[in-house]
Design a protein around this ligand. Sequence first.
Ligand SMILES: Cc1cc2nc3c(=O)[nH]c(=O)nc-3n(C[C@H](O)[C@H](O)[C@H](O)COP(=O)(O)OP(=O)(O)OC[C@H]3O[C@@H](n4cnc5c(N)ncnc54)[C@H](O)[C@@H]3O)c2cc1C
Length: 382
Amino acid sequence: MEYDVIVAGAGPAGSTTARYCALYGLKTLLLDKAAFPRDKPCGGGITVRCMNLLEDIPKHIKEKECNTIRMHYKKNNFEKTYDKTLVTTVERVNLDKHLLDKAASAGADVIPKSKVEGFFASSNRVEVEASGGTYSASVLVGADGVNSKISRLLGNRQSQSRYILTCEAEISASPGMLQKQGDAIDFYFDAVSYGYGWVFPKKKCLNVGVGCLLGEGQKIKKSFDTLIRRIGLPNLTPPKYALIPYGDFNKKIVADNTLLVGDAAGFGEPLTGEGLYYAVRSGKLAAETIASASEKHDFTQRTLQAYEGKCRSAFSGDFRRARIVVENLGRHPDVGYKMIVKNEPVVDKFVNIQFGDGTYLDFRNWFIPHAPALLINSLLLK
Ligand SMILES: Cc1cc2nc3c(=O)[nH]c(=O)nc-3n(C[C@H](O)[C@H](O)[C@H](O)COP(=O)(O)OP(=O)(O)OC[C@H]3O[C@@H](n4cnc5c(N)ncnc54)[C@H](O)[C@@H]3O)c2cc1C
């Protein structure tokens, strides 16, 4: 069957791309290898800036609206409650089904249990081979996640330095544990080198995980077990291992009749591992670019390259600066994490990025002149 756009992968990036392509009036097909609803390893933490992009998430999909942040580094603990929601937690099984339904309501055809196996681009068209059949379109959007086949077929190689390794589980917690957790999200900066541990509250369970640079992850299961014991949870649920892209622009994300979005494009925030914001934002930027390419009937790399330019100007500064922070914290954890945990203004400025009220550039511009005083504070304060 003939389409304007085929989107491979119906996670947040793919469903957003498909929804907006359909809203632009493009004949859109959304394929996913899974049957929905399907789960995906994820903390399910949606930042304010991501929630703003998602616009209308129904109340029943929201698990907890978290206003409190707690940070732990060795014997140092920080806690602050903000007067607005910092992170809203969701179950991905529900969020992703909701976004898929939005794409379908906007007019996209959806075919689940259809795995994309390959594609062939020529003469301004792309033929897509999937387990259920062969489809043709002007553009193929690779939204097939962190292990993207489409990315590999574009010639991208998976290199260790491009990923964060995670070990994560959703653990049923007693009413007492859930009450103790309340609406707080916890970060454990001493759980692992070049990364952190987290606890995110859901309605009936806690999402607990550890993530670090892939090259540092040999003992990640041990770090996960230690964190579970430290917070006093039963260690009954086997954890899942998964990767998050360590955001950069070293990949080819655009070719003739093809582009990549979300994790497939390598879009993940290097410091926090946040990927949902980048998935949704890149999906919207992709749809916008495809719609304008469609007006010109030109789907060559040259025209679609506008998408990469938009993503670069939206994300690359943050990715680069966040990587610098990760690498410095990894090299000097005692100085770096104490500077965070013992200085409320550092946390406030960082939280502003998650609220969408600031960028890493704002953070850097504020941090450099304040660094000496912050350092002294962190050395002197008990
Ligand atoms: C442990 C962990 C915790 C995380 N916590 C957070 C968090 O709290 N907040 C946050 O913002 N981000 C978090 N992330 C990152 C976030 O999960 C991802 O960035 C996000 O899911 C990316 O969305 P996506 O649509 O690009 O890919 P995905 O959500 O992975 O969706 C890809 C889709 O493609 C389908 N697919 C794959 N291959 C094929 C194929 N060949 N053919 C057809 N379909 C295919 C899959 O079935 C899947 O549905 C976390 C990640 C991990 C691993």
